[in-house]
Write a protein that binds this ligand. Structure first.
Ligand SMILES: [Zn+2]
Length: 105
């Protein structure tokens, strides 16, 4: 007989809108002191992870935020904030391209 156990799927919270979701629905962004921040869609990189919805709204807002000194300071990114914003934007453009089946509607 199996006892239920309190195991549940790990959930992560979007840093932008606060929505929670399973790992696959969120983009992981990995950061390590000294080596910078980068998108980590495969969730394999070591270091600290922050999570962001795979939505144009959250990606757009988050990248806009970390391009500013104040926004980047939230995660102690410093100048790396704008570098990360470029990387995330590039990732999102490729991702959207791959998923584009036509016009939304
Ligand atoms: Zn979000």
């Amino acid at each position: 007989m199996t006892a239920g156990g309190g195991r549940h799927a790990p959930e992560r919270t979007c840093v932008q809108c606060g929505k929670t979701g399973g790992k696959p629905s969120l983009l992981r962004i990995a950061g390590r002191p000294g080596s910078g921040w980068e998108p980590d869609p495969d969730r394999r990189k070591p270091g600290r992870g922050i999570y962001l919805c795979r939505s144009s709204e959250c990606v757009g807002r988050f990248t806009g935020r970390i391009r500013t000194a104040k926004g980047a300071a939230r995660w102690k990114m410093g100048v790396e904030g704008s570098m990360l914003a470029d990387k995330v934007s590039a990732w999102w453009a490729a991702e959207s391209d791959r998923n584009a089946g036509g016009v939304d509607g």
